[in-house]
Design a protein. Structure first.
Length: 167
């Protein structure tokens, strides 16, 4: 399977949006700590999935981190998914004209800017006080479709009101 850098970066940004996390949030969280306030400017940019994972662990409470980072039961599927992601290799192409890249797709009759959909997940309130409403706003800013969980912390009406793409 081949995937390009743009797809990986876009997916990582959408993943961050799913938990209401941004590079600005990560720098802000670092600046909240007096011992780290002076180093907030020198933080590396969040460009890989691992970067976002490290930032999320730093920002979330211990129980919230364990909830989001873990899998269900014996975590076999979680391990297999991580192994499958580790097998993906990026094939960089240099000196390629990228002035007219089109990542748009059509899904069930809906035109999408890119093929990114936020999967349903519960308990967004553990990550952000606005819970799924914040996720819907993040998905909207990334022009991604959000799938709301049946066990969302916020009402479907509130989530849909914050969304700009289908929910």
């Amino acid at each position: 399977m081949s995937i390009n850098r743009r797809d990986v970066l876009t997916a990582s940004l959408a993943g961050a949006a799913a938990v209401g996390l941004s590079a600005k949030d990560a720098a802000s969280a670092e600046a909240d700590s007096p011992s780290e306030r002076d180093h907030a400017d020198t933080s590396p940019p969040l460009v890989s999935l691992n970067d976002y994972e490290v930032a999320a662990k730093r920002i979330l409470s211990g129980p919230a981190w364990e909830y989001f980072n873990g899998g269900s039961a014996d975590e076999i599927t979680l391990r297999r998914n991580r192994q499958a992601l580790d097998l993906l290799q990026l094939k960089p192409k240099v000196l390629v004209d990228v002035t007219s890249i089109d990542t748009s797709r059509t899904l069930l009759g809906h035109s999408m800017a890119h093929p990114i959909i936020l999967a349903p997940a519960s308990s967004h309130l553990l990550a952000h006080p606005d819970a799924e409403v914040a996720t819907a706003r993040g998905a909207a800013s990334a022009k991604a479709i959000m799938v709301a969980s049946t066990v969302s912390n916020r009402s479907v009406e509130d989530i849909c009101h914050a969304a700009s793409e289908p929910v």
